[in-house]
Design a binder for this molecule. Sequence first.
Ligand code: AHM
Ligand code: MG
Length: 339
Amino acid sequence: MRNRITLGEFIIENQKDFQYSSGEFSRLISSIKLASKIVNHEVNKAGLVDILGTSGNTNIQGEDQQKLDVYANEVFLKTLIKREIVCGVASEEEDDFVVIEGKNKSHDNKYVVLIDPLDGSSNIDVNVSVGTIFSIYRRVSPLGTPVKKEDFLQPGNLQVAAGYIVYGTSTMLVYTTGNGVHGFTLNPALGVYYLSHPNMTFPKRGKIYSINEGYYQHFPQGVKDYLKYCQEEVDGRPYTSRYIGSLVSDFHRNMIKGGIYIYPTSSKAPQGKLRLLYECNPMAFLAEQAGGEAIDGYRRIMEIKPTELHQRVPIFIGSKDMVNKAKEFMAKYPEDAKY
Ligand code: AHM
Ligand code: MG
């Protein structure tokens, strides 16, 4: 590890590539880095302390909050609030966005952060990888005023940075500022992230499809047809099915090996399950920067104009050729067809 570049060094060296280059952005990434190390520490000792299981509360979407969901949310929020580097944060675990005052109550900071503090947290109790997903925009409301909902409801193609942390067999932070996707592995003994995966790219096509097939009966016909295509015994198929149930981990594996992750609409979840702002947009930005694609079945995820903070959308994301093939199957049926 001695000659490897650290995340901090990498950000400074590449600051010129970031169109809104300023110390503010470096400090923002560095606070995400710090919060991720604190969460990582807690996730790693999950079996030893009383942090497993549900908190007894539900979030605004009616889902059970795990104790670690609540903990991770607090750590990321507190870190961002204390350092006074963003003007607002929206979190999957909060009902509404949080307004943050800068130094001397100034509201002069430029960035907003949207975050899913602990994605896939239903996997924690069984020691399976989970992740944090973040997305960063420049505010659209005037500097000096409190941040507004419109600052958060921006389409994904206006993101200035996005990334995730995967708390896996090793902990990695992967991010993009629109100049490729770079992955850093945490050396836990030193508490330092080192560049381990520069310029990550999706293979153009792969052999992995990731979807919760338990809901097969409830999927749209286009998805059912695509799954049958994946399973056919022809032209290098059948593909392999791999589904962890942790978006970050499924995405990370597919980016390295080549594959597609799908969370479609279904008769049980007519809007899909994953959230546009906290999950789909940041992952779509990463996917496109890594040469992959991300659609809702019909259109590019990053062009969807958000209307609600907790809006859900279906997602097909991964290797370009695989996403395009799935899109062909979807196009055979009208979007509003009955299941
Ligand atoms: P969460 O944000 O409540 O953790 O939900 C998101 C997770 C994804 O990480 C994962 O891919 C998906 O939900 C799994 O859902 P399902 O159990 O319906 O397959
Ligand atoms: Mg989530």
